[in-house]
Ligand binder design. Structure first.
Ligand SMILES: Nc1ncnc2c1ncn2[C@@H]1O[C@H](COP(=O)(O)OP(=O)(O)O)[C@@H](O)[C@H]1O
Ligand SMILES: [Mg+2]
Length: 279
């Protein structure tokens, strides 16, 4: 069962002077168990795409469905979609509204029918999964550090046990150690069979962690494929992104090699050699 976009267009403020087409001609299928990274510069439509995945936004035309349930239906199936697709916002504060962390994390599962005597366990599991100490449970989510807020935001989504986990720029503003901790956590989620969709600015993160890369420019998908194809396409600059130094170096070396018929597995060998030299 997938998340499926068919011929999707999204327009903000239609039929007003502020009308803005954010997505156009989106066809996309994300199957269960995939780990997908979405890249693209600011304004390319990434956040809009994510919000269409769990029905916060409905397509202006075309259809979005989650496990065959259309997000545009006007009945309580939207409840079912929200439960399947957990979206962690770019700014955690935008999703907080409770007075303490316990209530914040308990809100989703409570709404989805988890019994009161089970709630405690569900909240504690979520807190442990994201690596927060239990002492935060009584604090206001608004008074935590940036990193803690992000963890609470993730815990409050994880506690609903969604199949699809969608993160909007989860690593922006994090130091390298916290970025690594975040991806360790994602690996744990994958062990539980979650489908992962991450939006990031970082080409390096995309290459190092995911399996499939989608690139957006101006509301359209301009690349959708695996890491090797992505690296070889060498269109990053055209797409408005800076390739990581390691890859610029690998490309330069490849250009200089006399044997123009260099085999791809030799390129990947060179890349892993460079990686081991840098690490
Ligand atoms: N709430 C909104 N109202 C009007 N226009 C918006 C709104 N949110 C985003 N946009 C516009 O839609 C386009 C895509 O934005 P967005 O999906 O946020 O891109 P990204 O996440 O890649 O930066 C941009 O031109 C942006 O200005
Ligand atoms: Mg965004």
């Amino acid at each position: 069962m997938p998340i499926l976009f068919e011929e999707v267009k999204y327009v903000y403020d239609p039929r007003t002077p502020f009308e803005k087409e954010a997505l156009n001609n989106i066809n996309l299928k994300i199957s269960e168990g995939e780990f997908v990274t979405i890249l693209g510069k600011t304004g390319s439509g990434k956040s809009t795409l994510l919000q269409l995945m769990n029905g916060i936004l409905k397509p202006s035309s075309g259809t979005v469905s989650v496990d065959k349930i259309l997000t545009s239906r006007n009945d309580d199936s939207i409840f079912n979609i929200r439960r399947r697709v957990g979206l962690v916002f770019q700014y955690p504060e935008h999703q907080f509204f409770e007075e303490n962390v316990f209530k914040e994390i308990a809100f989703g599962p409570k709404n989805f029918g988890v019994e009161a005597n089970e709630l405690n366990r569900v909240v504690l599991e979520a807190v442990e999964m994201v690596g927060l100490p239990r002492t935060v449970l009584s604090k206001s989510p608004f008074n935590l550090s940036g990193g803690e807020k992000r963890k609470v935001a993730i815990a409050s989504v994880i506690s609903c046990n969604p199949k699809y986990l969608v993160f909007d720029e989860p690593t922006s503003g994090l130091d390298p150690v916290s970025v690594n901790l975040f991806f360790d956590m994602v690996k744990r989620f994958r062990k539980f069979g979650k489908t992962i969709i991450i939006v990031t600015h970082s080409v390096k993160e995309a290459i190092q962690n995911s399996e499939r890369i989608i690139v957006m420019t101006k509301g359209q998908i301009v690349f959708d494929g695996d890491i090797q194809t992505f690296i070889k396409s060498k269109k990053l600059i055209e797409w408005g992104m800076l390739p990581p130094p390691l890859y610029r170096l690998a490309w330069k070396i490849k250009e200089k090699v006399d044997d123009f018929d260099i085999k791809d597995d030799r390129l990947s060998e060179a890349v892993s050699l460079l990686k081991s030299m840098i690490n």
